[in-house]
Write a protein that binds this ligand. Structure first.
Ligand code: HEM
Length: 113
């Protein structure tokens, strides 16, 4: 394929990140053990996972970023009961391939009394 000079090229991320061959019959379901069971690190780069880009310009901060997210989540889960005002799991807001948190808000209750 010849791409004309100046043309912006974008990767069709939805197709990659919801691919049934790579992620099973329900790629939109949250399967918390998928990565663990398949030995898939969150900081990897491969043809089925473009979160951190690919090739020579793939994100160099990805190991740090994933580690920070793990430390942050660990601290939150350890210290708080977290729920929504309705008590139900609110729908994510999707913008293209990205899932954003719902705007309904979250209630944090201290675990320690
Ligand atoms: C969840 C957090 C992060 C995400 C999703 C992310 C994602 C990305 C993506 C998609 C790219 C483009 C790769 C490409 O062009 O193929 C990139 C590049 C880059 N990221 Fe990150 N990043 C994150 C965190 C960080 C952090 C914490 C740092 C630094 C401490 C960082 C530093 C960089 C740098 C310097 C580049 C440019 C690499 C280059 O052009 O060679 N990123 N990142």
């Amino acid at each position: 394929m010849t791409i004309p000079k100046g043309r912006i090229v974008q990767t069709y991320l939805m197709n990659i990140h919801y691919d049934k061959t790579a992620y099973g019959p329900e790629p939109r379901s949250f399967l918390p053990y998928h990565g663990l069971e398949n030995n898939l690190s969150a900081s990897r780069t491969d043809k089925n996972y473009f979160i951190f880009g690919s090739g020579r310009h793939a994100c160099p901060g990805r190991f740090f970023a994933v580690n920070e997210i793990k430390v942050g989540l660990h601290k939150l889960i350890l210290n708080y009961h977290i729920k929504t005002p309705s008590g139900k799991i609110e729908k994510k807001k999707r913008i293209g391939p990205y899932a954003h948190p719902p705007t309904a808000g979250l209630i944090f209750e201290n675990r320690k009394k």
